[in-house]
Design a protein around this ligand. Structure first.
Ligand code: FAD
Length: 323
């Protein structure tokens, strides 16, 4: 976000709040700390924070902000982001648009982008449909998961997505086939210039039939694996780095340079999984950033491998490019 936009947003805050209420019936909170809306539990305030509960409101706020040139950021569950300590200038939208429709006969599941991934997994299971079990492991929404091509346990969004309904920055809305979203490992077109400013409104999934008991068994295996291998229950944003090409995972590389357990302020590299940074209490975004940068420099120095971020730093002073 440019400085010019940031200053403009601040000046237009009252006007934006009034317009959102008058045109869309949406009440904005001022200076709401974003720490309480992210799983890492760090980050300063949003100038304006708006929660949308249906697709109509999500579409409305995005179109209004775009037409006025107001800076706007859509967040799902905030499980892949680290918000800067100075917060985010402009409007932050918390997406809770959560309608769902499952056609058990055809195997099609249509979800709003604010449906939690875990809910998608159980909706599919209840209809006797397989393919969505991996979503149980991911504490984000459908929108954030499509954006990231989120995946776990050998499966990812690209495997099951039929199409996504996308609102483009020019206000047009289109149903885009999954094949056109340029999915690759934890990546999609939406993360790049071609998708900048695009918002996922909903997604349609193509699933297969299976024995409900077998689906439930797989869900249980995923639950157990996560409990045993991931530091759940402590604030984090999941894996910090993408696994680099080659045989060593990001976690193994970080462990090999002796950073497991290292802490800066309230942030700590997990002893259970070295690719996770935990907020042990009172961590700031700067603490997380400093540990993140330390991992990059140490792994580069000793293994000659450049670690790329999977988490996203957002807000004032956040670096804009993926490091
Ligand atoms: C404990 C834990 C475990 C995790 N495990 C996994 C895992 O196994 N696999 C995995 O892939 N990830 C994992 N993650 C990371 C995270 O859950 C996923 O990346 C998830 O898909 C993010 O969804 P979200 O709704 O939280 O997105 P947010 O963090 O809210 O947003 C992330 C990005 O997506 C953009 N975005 C959000 N919604 C939309 C939308 N509707 N349209 C366009 N852009 C949007 C945001 O602007 C932001 O840039 C884990 C995280 C945690 C905390």
């Amino acid at each position: 976000m440019s400085e010019k936009m940031a200053l403009g947003a601040w000046a237009q805050r009252d006007e934006a709040a009034r317009e959102m209420e008058r045109r869309l019936g949406l009440r904005a909170e001022r200076d709401e700390p974003l720490a309480s809306h992210t799983t890492m539990r760090v980050g300063g305030p949003a100038d304006l924070l708006v929660t949308v509960k249906d697709r109509f409101a999500l579409r409305g706020i995005v179109r209004l902000a775009t037409s006025r040139g107001w800076p706007l950021l859509v967040l799902g569950r905030g499980s892949n982001v680290v918000v800067s300590d100075r917060g985010v200038r402009g409007i932050v939208v918390l997406n809770r648009s959560a309608a769902s429709e499952v056609d058990a006969a055809s195997g099609e599941m249509r979800l709003d982008s604010g449906v939690p991934m875990a809910r998608a997994a159980t909706l599919a299971a209840d209809a006797g449909l397989t393919g969505m079990e991996f979503a149980l492991a991911i504490p984000g929404n459908i929108g954030g998961a499509v954006w990231a091509n989120a995946g776990a346990h050998g499966a990812e969004i690209a495997d099951v997505l039929r199409s996504a309904t996308i609102l483009r920055p020019d206000g047009s809305e289109e149903e885009v086939a999954a094949a056109s979203l340029a999915f690759s490992y934890r990546d999609s077109q939406l993360k790049h210039a071609a998708g900048a400013g695009s918002v996922v409104l909903g997604a349609s999934f193509a699933l297969r039939h299976d024995e409900p008991a077998l689906i439930k068994e797989r869900l249980e295996e995923i639950r157990t694996w996560r409990r045993e291998h991931q530091p759940l229950g402590v604030p984090s944003a999941g894996s910090v780095f993408r696994n680099p090409p080659g045989s060593l995972s990001a976690g193994a590389l970080i462990e090999a340079v002796g950073l497991k357990g290292r802490n800066i302020g309230g942030a700590e590299i997990s002893l259970l999984h070295a690719n996770w940074i935990l907020n042990r209490g009172g961590a700031t975004a700067n603490d997380v950033r400093a540990l993140h940068d330390l991992c990059i420099s140490e792994v580069q120095r000793s293994a000659g491998v450049h670690l790329e971020s999977e988490i996203v730093f957002i807000g004032d002073d956040a670096p804009t490019s993926r490091s």
